[in-house]
Design a protein around this ligand. Structure first.
Ligand SMILES: *Cc1c(COP(=O)(O)O)cnc(C)c1O
Length: 347
């Protein structure tokens, strides 16, 4: 078992940081005249600062996610909590993070911004998570492990036992990035939050909920860790416009309404792609994209681009030789993709 403690993992100068105290933090009651925040008094839709704690929005999201509001931090996309977690735990020039590869690129970029070294372990050839090799790659300076499940760009979900083993034996924080979890809801780790105080879960409204332009990311963890993130965030990191719009969009919903259609289209697209002579392998995906190995990925990419269809070339990522990552579109877009690929010149 690990010997995880927040005092050991959070950078010492942040443990007792006195956060900026905003006007909206100091006075939270009801009043008729607010002369405390140097706002413009002329009433408009947005002349007031937003709620720095996003209380109403958090209550709604906590209900949907079946957690307590004090287990929830909200960020400007999930990219903000990725950055804040590194900032909270890692001493620049000294500490390290550990990631399996291939995976989402932002962990490495965020680490580099903070001068944090990144250790990498290559996934198994079927993209499964090699728990033993991950555990062997931990150093005394390793503070965070980022696991993306379902993984971007491979699309597979990591085995629950493998993730649990890493959480159990690692003394630092395991961040499970569930950006795509709404496409395989039974796989979420949210119910493990209580047993594992070193577990942090990231989710986002950018994928299944269709709100990428609004920028809202969820970070779920034990309340003491959430409190640290709240202390170091920018006071008004989620605008009023975003808070109101998300409440309006999500009220009365428990799952993203388009997810079922996208899952059905993903499965149909996987079948149709597998029939094409240019396609060598369609990796089984549980997200809203498919990783597909082609005879010649860069030629296929160029051909599709010339026909106005843009996919993502992942062929230079580890284990992804000659692979394109294809997001599941609308039924019409997916038909157009298939019909265009059927006319590929070598067929
Ligand atoms: C898209 C994506 C995100 C980005 O989420 P935002 O909330 O839009 O910042 C995070 N993690 C993974 C793995 C993603 O693919």
């Amino acid at each position: 078992m690990n010997s995880f403690s927040l005092e050991r993992i959070i950078r010492p100068h942040l443990l007792n940081l006195k956060p900026y105290s905003s006007a909206r933090d100091e006075f939270k009651g009801k009043a008729s005249v607010f002369l405390d925040a140097n706002e413009n008094p002329v009433a408009g839709s947005y002349n007031r600062y937003p709620d720095p704690r996003q209380s109403e929005l958090k209550a709604l999201l906590a209900r949907i996610k079946k957690i307590d509001p004090d287990q929830l931090f909200l960020g400007n996309g999930s990219d903000e909590p990725i950055d804040l977690l590194i900032r909270a735990c890692c001493e620049p020039g000294k500490d390290r993070i550990l990631i399996p590869v291939p995976t989402y690129g932002m962990y490495q970029v965020s680490a580099a911004i903070h001068d944090i070294a990144v250790d990498q372990v290559t996934l198994a050839p079927d993209f499964s998570l090699p728990a033993e090799r991950m555990l062997s790659a931990i150093t005394p300076e390793t503070k965070l492990i980022f696991l993306c499940s379902p993984n971007n760009p491979s699309g597979n979900r990591f085995d629950t036992d493998a993730v649990t083993k890493i959480m159990t034996y690692f003394n630092g924080i395991v961040v499970v990035d569930e950006a795509y979890i709404d496409f395989c809801p039974s796989g979420s780790f949210t119910e493990h939050l209580v047993q594992h105080p070193n577990l942090v879960i990231l989710q986002t409204l950018s994928k299944a909920w269709g709100l990428a332009g609004l920028r809202l990311g969820l970070c779920m963890a034990q309340p003491e860790l959430i409190a640290v993130l709240n202390r170091i965030k920018a006071p008004y990191n989620i605008s009023s416009l975003v808070q109101e719009t998300v409440i309006r969009e999500l009220k009365g919903k428990s799952v993203p309404p388009d997810a079922a259609m996208i899952i059905e289209e993903r499965n149909r697209l996987a079948g149709r792609l597998a029939e094409l002579p240019e396609v060598l392998q369609v990796f089984p995906g549980e997200a809203n994209f498919l990783l597909v190995k082609f005879n010649d990925a860069s030629a296929t990419y160029g051909y599709l681009r010339n026909h106005g269809i843009i996919v993502r070339d992942r062929s230079h990522e580890p284990l992804c030789g000659s692979c394109l990552r294809i997001t599941v579109g609308t039924p019409d877009e997916n038909d157009l993709l298939i019909n265009t690929l059927k006319l590929y010149p070598n067929n």
